[in-house]
Design a protein around this ligand. Structure first.
Ligand SMILES: [Zn+2]
Length: 414
């Protein structure tokens, strides 16, 4: 589609059909988790990664949706368990749900997009009735190996009805970093409506657009993150699907996320923090198009600064390697045009990624052990959301003269 054709079909909001105004364009991007074998270069899928904001409901959303079948395949390589911080987080969530909601032996918890079962295995070990739903067979296998019950499937009205028929309604439906991935989000809510007990809660965690803006976390925008949630937009969204947003909690996951608690209207008291956060968002312009246009300008600056720094280091004969072949790294490398000439390889602990090439930019992925053999002069930290954990683990790198390159909220060497 050329730009003139695009202009003639103004995008509309996926949720409320209001007009969506484009504000950030990150260019041609691949499927962010599609690490490819060298022989598969040339067969990748690309799409234009651009986001806009709905003038009516303020939901920030991508303008083109990559089909989910491209993204969450059997070989989907992301594993929550690869981070100690996430492991602790999900154990805490499991403890909280067990102590407050899942107190009766008959209570059922369903997790949408359970990945390798970090949370469910904790609940399962405590004897809580549970089932996870995840379309990635690999992740589900890993979850099953850890003792979590998983159904390899997409969560929608059909699968929700089948689970209800087999196990009864759910007291809690939980999901972390999944709901914003689904462009056709009404399928999710139809499923929740079908499966949730009348007094149950639907709890979901997702990256918070205000944190993304404040810290210029532009690489949180990639194919999988179709929506960037704000409290205002989520409040409107759940109301449209016949639910009520009753609680919101700020949590320090993935650079700043919110945990939303949703119930059927009138069933649970609405905590005052919901209205307060919506007011805060209005004060900071989180629902305003201009805010995102300025964000786009900030992204341009970061991209230019990062390429200039990497070019200078290369020309000075310095060795730079990437650390953490994250989905975020796909956005950064493809947006900036960073290839193996500037970053010869990326070290990563995930076996499924090693020996492959990064999507779009085709930077080789090497095992983590290569990082210290020998240490590079500089490491470009793509896994910045785990910066503290990574820097503590790699203390020797800095002791031996290595330096980290960070690029959000601005490019710097630390
Ligand atoms: Zn809308």
């Amino acid at each position: 589609m050329n730009s003139r054709e695009r202009a003639s079909t103004a995008p509309v909001c996926r949720l409320c059909a209001g007009p969506v105004r484009e504000c950030v364009d990150l260019g041609r991007q691949p499927v962010s988790n599609a690490f490819l074998r060298p022989q598969d270069v040339g067969s990748e899928s690309f799409f234009r990664l651009a986001v806009g904001i709905c003038a009516d409901c303020a939901m920030v959303q991508q303008l083109e949706a990559m089909p989910t079948s491209h993204m969450f395949r059997a070989d989907y390589p992301y594993r929550s368990s690869s981070s100690d911080g996430l492991r602790r987080h999900f154990e805490q969530v499991a403890g909280w749900l067990r102590d407050t909601e899942l107190t009766d032996p008959a209570d059922l918890v369903v997790e949408i997009g359970c990945n390798d079962g970090l949370m469910l295995r904790t609940l399962g070990a405590a004897g809580v009735r549970h089932i996870g739903v995840d379309p990635s067979a690999g992740a589900a296998q890993a979850a099953a190996a850890r003792g979590a019950e998983v159904r390899v499937d997409f969560f929608d009205e059909r699968s929700a009805a089948e689970i209800r028929a087999e196990r009864g309604p759910a007291k809690v439906i939980f999901s972390a970093n999944t709901i914003s991935h689904i462009a056709d989000i009404d399928e999710i809510f139809r499923g929740v409506d079908r499966l949730l007990r009348s007094d149950g809660i639907f709890v979901f965690e997702d990256r918070y657009v205000a944190d993304i803006i404040e810290h210029a976390y532009f690489d949180q925008i990639y194919d999988e993150h179709f929506y960037l949630f704000s409290v205002r937009a989520v409040d409107a969204m759940v109301a449209r699907f016949g639910f009520e947003l009753v609680d919101v909690e700020h949590i320090p996951i993935h650079g700043g996320s919110l945990r939303y608690t949703v119930a059927r209207p009138g069933v649970r008291p609405v905590r005052e923090c919901v209205a307060r956060l919506i007011e805060d968002e209005a004060r900071y312009g989180i629902g305003e198009h201009d805010t995102y246009v300025r964000f786009g300008q900030q992204i341009d600056r970061i991209g230019a600064d990062l390429v200039a720094l990497l070019t200078d280091l290369r020309d000075a004969g310095r060795r730079v390697v990437g650390y953490g072949a994250t989905s975020k790294s796909a956005t950064v490398t493809n947006y900036c045009g960073i290839g193996p000439d500037l970053v010869p390889y990326i070290c990563d602990t995930t076996p499924e990624k090693q020996g492959r090439l990064s999507p779009g930019a085709h930077i080789p992925i090497r095992p983590h052990e290569v990082f210290a053999d020998p240490y590079p002069d500089y490491a470009l930290l793509f896994a910045w959301n785990h910066a503290e954990e990574v820097m503590a683990k790699e203390r020797r790198f800095v002791e031996q003269g290595g330096r980290w390159i960070l690029y959000v909220p601005h490019v710097r060497i630390v």
